[in-house]
Design a protein around this ligand. Structure first.
Ligand code: ADP
Length: 485
């Protein structure tokens, strides 16, 4: 069972208007530990009516919150950041228990999640407007940037902490209030964040968490309510498209961080050891369950065999197990459905002619574990090359020329992250500019941090999170035209 230093962080009710509340019907849903199937908690299972109340609470709280100074909001966010870091270990324990990632990664995610709170505490003070040269002498033109209003955020289970702070911190910094629906597999991390926000003194109604096992009902309320002015979603492209269409009725601003199909290109002139290290970090982190995980390894013919050999040797070092065990690098997949999907993609690739180098099956320890897997001789035409694998499975596809690699990399409706390894400076520029992706890692497998803009193009999404651009989505530009001067 979960043992925490501060048991007050384990919350099982939703957080609305500063209160911990159950469902009107008393209904609850179970949260499981994916490493052993144990039930961790029974969490309040809210519906449309309670969601509406959360939105109304956020709307009411916004009246005063938007009047606070940026410095006041920055101070509260900073306190929230400090509390998150003080409770890093407990938050990591909660995360590993409900999500499965190794503890070291969970601690890393808590620090990463907190970094957005720190960053936007600072950015709160830099929401500048403009003065614009006037077309005539009797007028002055000015812009101010104001909070957009109530923000709804729907977040996934793979980063149960950071996907919330990356949306809520800029929203609150800008003077917006927020209603969050966390992934149903991982509500405990979200509720622990709410408890710390409460302790930090963030006023009632400014940050609300609606837990539910009925995402379509809560999602419909959040995306159709006229009080919600912006919907920020991270999750699958299928649900993102649905929410975008539901938001059309009230013309909400939408920010979407959707699926990816990240290419990882290794050119003949790459530093192969660095490429293998980057490949391991990009592919096997979180057991392959991130939207920026390399999904296809495109490897130039001259280094194909050698890269495959070194990559396989590195994969052999991975240790599968419960994330709380010492030295574990690869936790379980989130649930049985995820494991079945990965199994069927691998089986499909083998049926279509791929070669199995290692892994290729659920892990012997049972449960939702899947063996770290390497397939070679994969082609762009195989189903596994067009689907987001979301598991610890790497596929190697050979290519001949730079042009061919860029064309293969771009041959997908997605455009979130891409990676490539090369040393030739001309090639570095040509490929960087040629890739139709929002994020490009060049000789680097880890690209996310709070200072850089995260987001995709094409069907991978709309908007950028983090960085100095991350607050833009939460403010409206108002133009003031002053005449009679
Ligand atoms: P994933 O494959 O990462 O689980 P989903 O898009 O299914 O991606 O889930 C991401 C988030 O979207 C979760 O919080 C989930 O509950 C929510 N979600 C799923 N279906 C819907 C829906 N129809 N409307 C609103 N939210 C949804």
């Amino acid at each position: 069972m979960l043992t925490l230093n501060d048991t007050g962080l384990l919350k099982t009710r939703a957080y609305i208007d500063g209160q911990w509340v159950g469902a009107d019907t008393g209904s609850e849903f179970a949260v499981f530990n994916p490493a052993n199937g144990e039930t961790l908690a029974q969490v309040a299972d809210l519906g449309a009516e309670e969601t509406r109340r959360a939105i109304e609470a956020a709307d009411r709280a916004g009246v005063e919150w938007r009047k606070t100074t940026a410095k006041q909001r920055a101070g509260l966010l900073r306190r929230w950041f400090d509390l998150i870091m003080q409770h890093q270990e407990d938050l990591a324990q909660i995360m590993t228990a409900e999500q499965g990632k190794p503890l070291a990664e969970a601690r890393g995610e808590v620090a990463y999640g907190a970094s957005f709170v720190e960053w936007f505490a600072e950015e709160a003070k830099r929401v500048y407007g403009d003065t614009i040269p006037s077309p005539s002498n009797d007028k002055r033109l000015v812009t101010i940037r104001q909070p957009i209003g109530v923000v709804a955020a729907i977040t996934p289970w793979n980063f149960p902490n950071a996907m919330i702070t990356r949306k809520v911190a800029p929203a609150l910094a800008a003077g917006c209030t927020a209603v969050v629906k966390p992934g149903e597999d991982t509500p405990l991390s979200a509720l622990a964040l709410a408890e710390l926000a409460k302790r930090a003194g963030i006023p009632a109604g400014v940050f609300n968490v609606v837990t539910s096992n009925n995402a379509p009902v809560v999602g419909t309320e959040l995306s159709t309510s006229p009080l919600v002015r912006k919907l920020s979603f991270t999750g699958s492209t299928r649900v993102g498209k649905l929410l975008m269409s539901q938001c059309a009725g009230t013309v909400k601003k939408v920010a979407l961080e959707l699926g990816g199909n990240a290419p990882f290109i290794v050119f003949d002139d790459a530093d192969l050891d660095a490429a293998v290290a980057g490949a391991m970090a990009s592919k096997y982190r979180n057991a392959g369950q991130t939207c920026v995980c390399a999904n296809r390894f495109l490897v130039q013919e001259g280094v194909y065999e050698e890269f495959a050999r070194r990559f396989a040797a590195a994969i052999a070092q991975l240790k599968v197990g419960d994330g709380v065990e010492e030295g574990v690098t690869t936790g379980p997949l989130i649930n049985r459905q995820a494991q079945e999907k990965v199994s069927s993609l691998v089986q499909g690739a083998l049926d279509e002619g791929a070669t199995l180098v290692c892994g290729g099956a659920p892990d012997a320890r049972g449960g939702n574990f899947y063996q770290p897997t390497l397939l070679t001789g994969v082609t762009q035409q195989m189903t596994i090359s067009s689907e987001e694998i979301f598991g610890p499975v790497a596929t190697l596809i050979p290519f001949r020329t730079e042009e061919e690699a860029i064309a293969m990399a771009n041959d997908t409706p997605y455009g979130l992250a891409a990676y490539f390894y090369a040393r030739d400076i001309g090639r570095v520029w040509r490929v960087s500019e040629g890739l139709e992706y929002g994020i490009v890692g060049i000789n680097e497998g880890i690209i996310s941090n709070e200072m850089a803009p995260f987001g995709g193009v094409k069907e991978s999404g709309i908007g950028r999170e983090g960085s100095r651009y991350g607050i833009d989505d939460f403010v409206e530009i108002k133009y003031l035209c002053m005449g009679g001067i």
